[in-house]
Design a protein around this ligand. Structure first.
Ligand code: SAM
Ligand code: DTB
Ligand code: SF4
Length: 333
């Protein structure tokens, strides 16, 4: 096992964080494969240099348009290509979204993430989307949308509405992508990410572990994100929630230690980004989540539902925060 030199880990607390965009897949893999304690120590030092290690951001998700999606993502409950039994619904009304945002804010969430099961938004829906963004911002929350692919024109409307973040995951490595999704390709994803960045909207982009990928695919996915022109400001790392009726319903669960390694690598490669411990927390022990927070995760989704799938109850998370001495990150706007 390649070790990380002691001098490299101990000298970090004295050096300033340097942002790199030239990671090689080999050096990132060497970090991922390093002895666990070396990897975690290095990631934690970087985390402490840049964040309060006892703060974790609370984000709330809402599915504003559920199911019936034209894309065939092999993991997703909402694809029209799979028989998952999910009931599809139309785009929600603005007032219902704002009601949800108010409740989330009162329960301590600072970012409201609105997701739609679309390949891309339609022109006719844009006025409603803009009203949602303006309404949620007026409540004093950060706004995030995830609506599928965006043209430069869509992006500029979202920017003018004041959208803070756009979530668009690359999900896995370029090599493994066609094994999971056939209705679009990896380059489509990168193109939308470039459109978002060029418009000046903060990028939220990450992926999923447990799709049957190799270790190297996880590493390569993180290297792709770190080598973008700018690091995504938020990096959600999801653990697959296996959904009955999808091609990945029987995927082999990802090893816990491997998952923590990926979080640590994300923290090292993208020192200033929020690393979000995202889907799959209902199947994670307190100890696993604690290790993820130590390794550099500083954000979670709260509330008992993600978009369609289960998430731990707010009470359960509050108890975990209490045990670990973690406080919610204060609002940023
Ligand atoms: N339709 C939009 C898109 O795909 O960009 C936005 C919504 S989509 C549900 C957002 C992300 O949720 C996906 O990119 C994927 O990373 C994650 N996701 C979806 N289903 C999941 C599952 N069963 N387990 C874990 N993560 C999942
Ligand atoms: C992200 O990376 N994870 C969130 C958010 N971005 C949109 C979605 C998780 C979805 C989990 C499956 C579901 O709820 O259907
Ligand atoms: Fe559609 Fe997004 Fe689900 Fe893919 S992940 S099927 S694009 S909702």
């Amino acid at each position: 096992m390649p070790t990380i030199a002691a001098s490299e880990t101990t000298s970090q607390s004295q050096t300033e964080t340097k942002l790199r965009h030239d990671w090689t897949n080999e050096e990132a893999r060497a970090l991922y494969d390093a002895p666990f304690n070396d990897l975690l120590f290095r990631a934690h030092v970087i985390h402490r240099q840049n964040f309060n290690p006892n703060h974790v951001q609370k984000c709330k998700l809402l599915s504003i348009k559920t199911g019936g999606c034209a894309e065939d993502c092999g993991y997703c409950n909402q694809s029209a290509h799979h028989n998952t039994g999910l009931k599809a619904s139309k785009l929600m009304q603005v007032e219902r979204v704002l009601q949800g945002a108010r409740e989330a804010r009162d329960a301590g969430a600072t970012r409201y993430c609105m997701g739609a099961a679309w390949r891309e938004p339609k022109e006719r829906d844009m006025d409603t989307i803009v009203a949602m963004i303006e309404g949620v911002r007026a409540l004093g929350m950060e706004t995030c949308m995830t609506l599928g692919m965006l043209s430069p024109k869509d992006v500029s409307r979202l920017h003018d509405a004041g959208l803070d973040y756009y979530n668009h995951n690359i999900d896995t490595s370029e090599r493994y992508y066609p094994e999971v999704i056939k209705t679009r390709n990896f380059k489509d994803r990168l193109e939308t990410l470039a459109n978002i960045r060029e418009a000046g909207i903060n990028v939220c982009s990450g992926g999923i572990l447990g799709l049957g990928e190799e270790k190297q695919d996880r590493v390569d996915m993180l290297v792709t994100l770190a080598n973008l022109e700018e690091h995504p400001q938020s990096v959600p790392i999801n653990m697959l929630i296996p959904i009955e009726g999808t091609p990945l319903e029987n995927a082999k669960p990802v090893d816990t230690i491997e998952f923590v390694r990926a979080i640590a690598l994300a923290r090292i490669l993208m020192p200033l980004s929020d690393i979000r411990l995202s889907a799959g927390r209902s199947d994670m022990s307190d100890e696993m989540q604690a290790l993820c927070f130590f390794a550099g995760a500083n954000s979670i989704f709260v509330g008992d539902t993600l978009l369609t799938a289960d998430n731990p109850d707010e009470d359960k998370d509050d108890i975990l925060f209490g045990k670990l001495g973690i406080e919610p990150t204060p609002p940023n706007i």
